[in-house]
Write a protein that binds this ligand. Structure first.
Ligand SMILES: Nc1ncnc2c1ncn2[C@@H]1O[C@H](COP(=O)(O)OP(=O)(O)OP(=O)(O)O)[C@@H](O)[C@H]1O
Length: 373
């Protein structure tokens, strides 16, 4: 057993025969561990690698170690949603395997880790950089919401940063479809995610609109980016709710004078306790703040393609729920492995992007990016 990697020799051998080798642990969540992985594509008849190895991240979920509720309810939803997503600002899932009690989700490796780690290491985010990243998250959210999916766990730890300083939304462990097959809204009743990012309507404990609650969490992320601090004291739920409802938050003294009125306005409209008044994703994308960088007012090719994809997927979903994934139902023999998402036969919206004049291009994504100096 490779203790650090939590792998048995047979598991290691099975993954290696498919070209995957776990290298080291990158992070850990409630029921999953994430590892840096080397992937060697085997293409010729004698099984030799014809391409240089690439790095991926692998999220390993052991259903034996997770609670029943998670395995029966949340994990199947996460897998069902992951296989459908294809957006330049959502972490690209390369392949998904099941072997015995474990699920292996191989995805793009984000070299600069998550946004929380980044802020803790490098400090608060400059306003121009926050503008690029909030736009990327807002577009990812618009895509999900167009597909009638709510994320329900938006937080800095679930926003990953690539080598080119692009932000990718990750972790769909609490995501769910929010309409039934007739397109009727199903309000959420389960409290999900992290308290610090939870909207006041969730804390009230009543059924809530998950799309609107996602926008509150985005407001918390915006605040954290700009202040390197949390907007509210969350050590006591009652106090947290009271602060949220009475808009008792402010920008830190050392930032308040340097931040633009436009970003302050956006933060106030997202951290808005009244759900009827809280800004929707389109209002963020059309805000004066984003327009301060004219390059960010246009969609690039990949972003436009992804929007079309969302409409098609929404239609398919409403026509009938196809291809839902049954977790843990199938018994597999020692070396048998079930493939839930194949690395082949995928088109990657992120790789079909074209450039816009004046925008710094990413090697494989060609998105808007401001480099952190
Ligand atoms: N693709 C990736 N590249 C680099 N690091 C990653 C990647 N995916 C996840 N991580 C790291 O692993 C951590 C845990 O991943 P993830 O949030 O998917 O697990 P989780 O068990 O669902 O977490 P949680 O309990 O918070 O919901 C992330 O916060 C991040 O630091």
């Amino acid at each position: 057993m490779s203790a650090d990697l939590g792998q048995s020799p047979s598991e290691e051998a099975t993954l290696q025969s498919r070209g995957y080798q776990l290298l080291r642990k990158l992070g850990e969540g409630s029921y999953a561990k994430v590892y840096l992985t080397e992937f060697k594509l085997r293409e010729n008849s004698v099984g030799e690698s014809t391409k240089s190895p690439s790095n991926l991240a692998c999220k390993v979920i052991d259903t034996v170690k997770a609670p029943k509720d998670f395995v029966k309810k949340f994990l199947p939803r996460e897998l069902e949603i992951l296989v459908k997503l294809n957006h330049p600002h959502i972490i690209h899932v390369h392949s998904i395997f099941q072997r015995k009690t474990k699920y292996f989700i191989f995805m793009r490796f984000a070299e600069h880790g998550d946004l929380l780690e980044f802020i803790l290491k490098k400090g608060s985010i400059s306003e121009p950089q926050a503008r690029v990243w909030i736009r990327q998250l807002a577009l990812a959210l618009q895509y999900l919401h167009d597909m009638e999916i709510a994320h329900r766990d938006l937080k800095c730890e679930n926003a990953l940063i690539t080598n080119n300083y692009n932000l990718k939304l990750a972790d769909f462990g609490f995501a769910r479809y929010i309409v039934d097959c007739n397109g009727k809204n199903i309000p959420s009743e389960t409290y999900c995610g992290s308290l610090s990012y939870a909207a006041p309507e969730i804390l009230r404990g009543m059924p809530y609109h998950p799309k609107i609650a996602d926008l509150w969490s985005l407001g918390v992320i915006l605040y954290i980016m700009l202040n390197k601090a949390m907007p509210f004291d969350d050590t006591n739920i009652k106090r947290l709710y009271e602060q949220q409802s009475n808009k008792r938050w402010r920008f830190r003294a050392k930032f308040v004078d340097v931040l633009s009125d436009q970003v302050k306005k956006l933060a106030a409209h997202l951290l808005e306790p009244d759900i009827a008044k809280r800004w929707r994703v389109e209002q963020i994308l059309n805000s004066d703040w984003l327009a301060m960088d004219p390059r960010l007012t246009q969609l690039n090719h990949a972003e436009r393609l992804a929007m079309q994809h969302a409409q098609e997927e929404r239609k398919k979903y409403l026509e009938g729920r196809k291809g839902s994934i049954a977790v843990g139902k199938k018994k597999t023999s020692a070396d048998e492995i079930t493939m839930l998402k194949d690395p082949k036969n995928q088109h990657d919206a992120a790789k079909t992007a074209i450039s816009s004049p004046g925008i710094v291009e990413d090697e494989d994504e060609k998105e808007s990016v401001h480099k952190k100096k």
